[in-house]
Each structure stands twice: as C-alpha cells, then as structure tokens.
Design a protein around this ligand. Structure first.
Ligand SMILES: [Cu+2]
Length: 254
C-alpha cells in the first residue's frame, strides 16, 4: 500500500514536470497567453491565440489567428503602457465616434507598441509598420513563431505580470478584399486606415497549468478554456502511458 502511494506520488511529480516542460519557458521564466478576439467595430470575424514565454529579457512568441483579410500584410505587436488599462479597447474608446477604433484610439487600453512581431529582422517599435516583414495571412490565417526576441527588463516584467496586450492590425471595412478607402492611417498618412486599424486583440494573461478551475468569469474566461483544453489534452496524452493506462489495464484484469 505504502509502496503504491509512493509510486502514484512519483508519477504525479513526473506529470507536473512534463507539464512545465511543455512550454518553452525555462524554470526561471514565465509564460502568458492571450485569446485574440475581434476589435469592436472592426468588422472582423476571426479569432486566435498567442503565447509569450519570458526568460530573462528574451521572449518567444507563438501566435495563430484566422478570419483576417487574406493576402495582405498584418502588422502585429505587443503593446504595453504603464498608464494603460492593460486590456483590449472597447467601443467606448472610439473618441471620434466613426464606429471604428484606430490604433491611437485603442492606446488608452493597450498602450504603445513595445515589440514588433516581425518575421525577420528588427523587432523594436521602429519596425511597427515594416510591412514586408509581417505575415500576410494567406487564406486569412496567420501563423507566427519567433524566439530570441530581446526586450527591456521593464517590458519583460510587464509581460510576465500580465500587463501586455497582443494586437494584430489590418481590417477591411468595405469588404473589397484589400486595404483601401479615403480615410488615412493615424500611424502613417500614406496608408489607408484599413491597413493599420486593429483587427484582433488579446491581453496576455498568466494561465497556470491546471489553474483554469478558478474561472475569472466573463467572455475572457470562456475563450481561455480553449487554450486550457489543449493543455489538458497534452497532459492526458502524457499521462496515458502512466497512471491512466495503468488504471485501465487494472480495470481490464478485473
Ligand atoms: Cu499594434
């Protein structure tokens, strides 16, 4: 009996290690997740997820999204501002009341750009609109993975603290399949506002392994469970070779 409980304890310990090892974060690092949802007034019907692992002042970012304007560059950033609300904007942030949120109108919610999620080269705010280095969402689907992104210690701390926000830009209000329209971008007057207005957004929040039962309620909690199911699935798969399989075979013997 005593032997068995020791075995179970050891197995659970191993599972915990597996779960921690599943993320790119090192033992000293942390990891935060975002559920990307359409910006109100964007006309976007898409969704996505983003994960950022922090190790010292280096971050690794993985992101996937659907429902974006296909074949057009989508600037994507991590935003953070000490004075921001650390969340995605609401339609009440539409200060000019045109029914759309441009990037500046969202700033009180998510703050300025701190990391440009380019696929190559510089990742600083200077690359905020480096159009040729962002994903073009073929078929409306964006996939992104990049490691070794250096950030300041302040930005690393903000991300770890759950205060940063991922924003993917680029919308198509008039549904003509391209960035167009007479309204110019608040960021770059040479571009239509469609090219830079925010499309999908998600606050990067700490989601401890198995910690979803606490339920933070609301829509965010609901979307978060999607990520957790993925995590849970991996756990079950890992456990399948151990405890669960063992239990099953025991049952079969009986
Ligand atoms: Cu941005």
């Amino acid at each position: 009996m005593r032997k068995q409980s020791k075995f179970v304890g050891a197995t659970f310990g191993a599972i915990t290690l597996l779960a921690l090892g599943a993320g790119p974060a090192l033992a000293s690092g942390s990891s935060v997740n975002a559920n990307l949802k359409p910006i109100p007034g964007s006309g976007v019907e898409g969704s996505g997820t983003a994960m950022v692992s922090v190790s010292g002042t280096t971050i690794t970012v993985t992101m996937a999204a659907t429902g974006l304007l296909a074949g057009q560059p989508h600037a994507a950033h991590i935003h953070f501002g000490a004075d921001a609300r650390h969340e995605c904007p609401v339609i009440g942030d539409d200060t000019n009341k045109d029914g759309h949120l441009n990037t500046s109108e969202g700033a009180p919610a998510y703050g300025p750009i701190v990391v440009s999620l380019t696929k190559s080269g510089d990742t600083s705010p200077a690359s905020a609109l480096a159009v040729k280095r962002f994903d073009t969402a073929p078929g409306g689907k964006l996939t992104y993975e990049r490691g070794s992104i250096k950030v300041s210690s302040a930005v690393a701390a903000a991300i770890s603290a759950g205060k940063a926000v991922v924003v993917i830009h680029g919308v198509d209000y008039n549904k003509d399949g391209k960035y167009s329209g007479t309204v110019k971008s608040d960021l770059a007057p040479t571009l239509p506002t469609e090219a830079t207005d925010p499309a999908l957004c998600g606050a990067l929040l700490a989601a401890p392994v198995g910690g979803m039962a606490t339920g933070d309620g609301g829509a965010a909690g609901g979307v978060n469970s999607g990520l957790l199911i993925i995590g849970g699935g991996a756990l079950v798969a890992a456990a399948g070779t151990g405890v669960i399989a063992g239990r099953r075979s025991r049952t079969a013997v009986r």
